[in-house]
Design a protein around this ligand. Structure first.
Ligand code: C2E
Ligand code: MG
Ligand code: MG
Ligand code: MG
Length: 292
């Protein structure tokens, strides 16, 4: 079904952006009914080791299927589900879809780590760790194959609460990623309170490193700091140009994601890309970026 929805590969992103707005109002009926009716699909964007160009994992990104099979971007519906208190249904659907996929991959000899994004409203679900572990168990998947991406919220209370939840998830075996680091909703103090496995540098910082020396300095210092933490890895998101890739590689940033390598793809298309060779263009290859 995903393949049909994805008929116009090239126009994929423009498509989402152009048509998302009209669905903003009245977007959620009963979310669990929508889930049962297949109204949500999971796309995967490759996570790439920058030096080798090798795919080492993927991030799961949810889309909603609108009228006529149009895909609606998450920014258009996540916040409404958060307000309604039902976002965890969506997050759990994505989590479960990823677990069942990982089970299939295990049987096919593919071992890639996959990231899922959790709303902070999902994170405060009291039975969270227990629920996630039973989903993993049901699909025969180890928590070690899953990264959980979280974003920092604004207040101090949330920070301490987040630290506790991250600890519990880590104890259960999940890897935890701080998403969107470097935006206005994140600050340095979260890094002193929480031991993240990965930090994701927000795409707004990556966007102008070629032209803004101060952005370059911020990126370099963040890399140095993560290097000084015990084993925290830095991933740069939103890499769109060879110039950005060159700079990040020069700074020894280990991992990245972005349209330069590939847009988020339906699961089957991601699997095809991976089977085709699992190497995406590197800084010195001169090859055409994949996924376009
Ligand atoms: P995010 O987790 O920071 O995901 C990265 C976003 O950047 C994705 O947008 C991705 O498609 C986009 N992106 C990737 N490479 C590039 C690039 O080179 N340039 C640019 N300009 N953008 C790039 P998307 O898929 O629209 O998702 C937006 C946000 O929605 C995500 O940001 C995440 O916060 C949220 N989200 C996505 N899936 C889920 C989910 O299952 N649950 C929850 N709670 N939130 C989700
Ligand atoms: Mg993310
Ligand atoms: Mg992000
Ligand atoms: Mg984001």
């Amino acid at each position: 079904a995903e393949r049909l929805m994805y008929s116009e590969k090239q126009d994929y992103y423009r498509h989402i952006l152009d048509h998302g707005r009209e669905h903003r109002i009245g977007v959620s009926g009963q979310v669990w009914e929508e889930i049962d009716n297949g109204r949500f699909v999971v796309h995967l964007q490759p996570v790439v080791e920058l030096e080798s160009g090798m795919i080492v994992g993927a991030e799961a990104l949810v889309r909603k299927v609108g009228t006529e099979g149009r895909l609606i971007a998450p920014d258009k519906f996540i916040s409404q589900y958060e307000v309604e208190g039902v976002i965890w249904h969506v997050d759990f659907y994505v989590f479960e879809t990823v677990c069942s996929m990982l089970n299939r991959w295990l049987k096919a000899g593919i071992s890639l780590k996959v990231s899922v994004n959790f709303s902070r409203y999902t994170l405060i679900k009291p039975s969270l760790v227990h629920d996630l572990l039973s989903i993993c168990e049901r699909h025969g998947v180890s928590p070690k194959m899953l990264n959980i991406e979280v974003t920092e919220s604004v207040s101090q209370v949330d920070r301490d609460q987040l630290a506790k939840i991250v600890d519990d998830l880590k104890s259960a075996g999940f890897f935890i990623v701080l998403d969107d680091f470097g935006t206005k909703y994140s600050n340095l103090s979260i890094l002193s309170a929480v031991d993240f496995d990965w930090v994701k540098l927000d795409k707004s910082l990556v966007a102008d490193i070629e032209y803004n020396i101060r952005s370059r300095m911020v990126v370099k210092e963040t890399l140095r700091m993560c290097g000084d933490f015990n084993g925290t890895k830095l991933l740069a998101e939103g890499i769109e140009t060879e110039g950005q890739l060159k700079l990040l590689n020069g700074y020894r940033c280990d991992y990245g994601q972005g349209f330069y390598f590939s847009k988020p793809l339906p699961i089957e298309d991601f699997e095809e890309l991976y089977r085709e060779g699992s190497f995406l263009p590197r800084m010195d290859s001169g090859a055409q970026p994949a996924g376009y």
